[in-house]
Design a protein around this ligand. Structure first.
Ligand SMILES: [Zn+2]
Length: 47
């Protein structure tokens, strides 16, 4: 089950950021970046 909305995925250690439209996609995007770079990524929901 995924929650729809606009989710802002942003890395705190490099300029990487992107928008995703389900929470699960945002979490996957953040996890993939963390796995490949060991950077700290956060996900915020936009209204
Ligand atoms: Zn990064």
């Amino acid at each position: 089950m995924s929650i729809e909305g606009v989710f802002h995925v942003v890395c705190h250690d490099c300029p990487t950021e992107s928008l995703r439209y389900t929470e699960s996609d945002a979490e996957n995007t953040a996890a993939a970046h963390t796995d490949s770079t060991d950077h700290h990524v956060s996900v915020g929901r936009l209204e």
